[in-house]
Each structure stands twice: as structure tokens, then as C-alpha cells.
Design a protein around this ligand. Structure first.
Ligand code: 13P
Length: 256
């Protein structure tokens, strides 16, 4: 099976420019082989531009953690798609649960951002996930379906394979408690079904996020539905992050 894993680091609001430099030096020293997996760093905006210089001529991609759907104008504190693409940024996280929960981002906002990213040539990393209450009420799959159907409104079927999907159960983010393999399998299958029902069957990448660490990544790699990871806390530590990449690479070699 020739699955191309995607390993994305969501640094959230962490690391100064100096700290990111130290991280990348350590990361390069620890990682002995260039991974076959796609590695994407998503640092805060200020560091993003600097990291682009730092990672020039490297195989790693860079992603922003947000964008605005308008092209330019009076939107204090926002960043446009063109600002990102013209700075060499290729990916953008959209609809992260922290943006939805802490900054009031709605499905409609998410949808406008997805459309803007796609029309600008950015690859959206579209996040969806349920709360603990949703899960306890047996609403998980409906919540995921709604987030996807609303977030993908008016997106052409042909564009769906340009999107990276990330299933991140909110109750597993930053808690140290990852979801169970069966829960991940079921959620990813639901995501895949929704996308297939819109019209695309191939090249759909669905990442899992939520307390992924070097100590549990092996179990997660054994879930066939998982195409990679969106990692918060563990991606801030070069040793942890490299260990996750190395274990993924070993898993790929075993599979071939
Ligand atoms: P943690 O890996 O810290 O649980 O965060 C996951 C996440 O929110 C990635 O976007």
C-alpha cells in the first residue's frame, strides 16, 4: 500500500523566532533521513515568515493557522490568502476547534475561508471534531457530517482532493487522552463517506489530531483510516516530533 502520510505540526501560540530556530536546528540534527511523509510546520504568523527562510531548500512545507476570506481591507489583525501565498506559504489550518470555541468562528466563516484558500492555491487543512457532550449524547457522527457539509458548501467536487481533512475530537486535544482506535476509525469513515457522497473517491487524506505523542503513535498508525497526524503539544519538542516521524517511517517500510 502506497499511502503518503502527512505529519503536521500545529504550534498554536507557541515559540518565538529564536525558539523556532533552536527547534529546527535540533530537528535537523535528530532526523537522520529525509522522511517520505509530508511534514508541514504551522507556526504563528510572525515566525512563519522567518521559518520560510530557515526551511528554504528543505522538503518541508509551511502552513498558517488562519486566514481571512477577503482579499484586503479594513480587517485589523487579519491576514489574507495573497499575503500567505506571496510569502511562500502553501497550507493553512481552517476551522480549528480553538478558533471555533474561543474566537466564535462559525461553519459559515469556515466555508468562506476554505473557498478563499482553494481559489488562492492554498491547501486547506480543514479541522472538524465533536465535544465531549456531543459524544456522550451520541451526536458525534451528525456533528461531523454537519461541520463537513456546511464547511464544504459550494466547494467543487474536483477541489475536494485538494483539501486535507483533520479529525480532532475536542475532548482529546491537549488532554493527554487520545481517542480509541474504534472511535477514530468510525469518525474517519464518516468523513470519507460524506466526501465520497459529494463526488470524490480517491486521494482523500484524513489526519487524526488529539494528544498524538511518541508513546501512542504506533497504535494510531495501525488504524488503516488514518492518513497522518495534526499534532499540537508533541510537535513543540523536537525529540518527540522526530520520534513520531521516525515511527511513521518505520511503519511505512514495514508495510511495503
Ligand atoms: P494536542 O496534540 O496538543 O492534543 O493538540 C492537537 C491539536 O489541536 C492540533 O491541531
Amino acid at each position: 500500500m502506497n499511502k503518503k502520510y502527512i505529519i503536521a505540526a500545529n504550534w498554536k501560540m507557541n515559540k518565538t523566532i529564536d525558539e523556532s530556530k533552536i527547534f529546527i536546528e535540533k530537528f535537523n540534527n535528530l532526523l537522520l533521513e529525509i522522511p517520505t511523509s509530508k511534514v508541514i510546520f504551522c507556526p504563528p504568523f510572525l515566525t512563519l515568515f522567518y521559518m520560510n527562510e530557515l526551511l528554504k531548500n528543505s522538503p518541508y512545507d509551511l502552513g498558517a493557522q488562519n486566514l481571512h476570506w477577503e482579499e484586503s481591507g479594513a480587517y485589523t489583525g487579519e491576514i489574507s490568502a495573497t499575503m500567505l501565498t506571496s510569502s511562500g506559504i502553501s497550507h493553512v489550518i481552517i476551522g480549528h476547534s480553538e478558533r471555533r470555541q474561543l474566537f466564535g468562528e462559525t461553519d459559515k466563516n469556515v466555508n468562506m475561508k476554505v473557498q478563499k484558500a482553494l481559489s488562492s492555491g492554498l491547501t486547506p487543512i480543514l479541522c472538524i471534531g465533536e465535544t465531549l457532550v456531543d459524544r456522550k449524547n451520541n451526536d458525534t457522527l451528525t456533528v461531523l457530517e454537519n461541520q463537513l457539509n456546511n464547511g464544504l458548501e459550494n466547494v467543487a467536487a474536483g477541489d475536494l482532493s485538494k483539501i486535507i481533512f483533520a479529525y480532532e475530537p475536542i475532548w482529546a486535544i491537549g488532554t493527554g487522552e487520545r481517542a480509541e482506535p474504534e472511535q477514530i476509525d468510525e469518525a474517519h469513515k464518516t468523513v470519507r463517506n460524506v466526501i465520497e457522497s459529494i463526488g470524490v473517491k480517491e486521494n482523500i487524506s484524513i489526519l487524526y489530531g488529539g494528544s498524538v505523542k511518541s508513546s501512542n503513535v504506533n497504535e494510531l498508525l495501525n488504524i488503516n483510516e488514518v492518513d497522518g497526524f495534526l499534532i499540537g503539544g508533541a510537535s513543540l519538542d523536537a525529540e518527540e516530533f522526530v520520534s513520531i516521524i521516525n515511527q511513521t517511517e518505520t511503519h511505512i517500510k514495514k508495510d511495503n
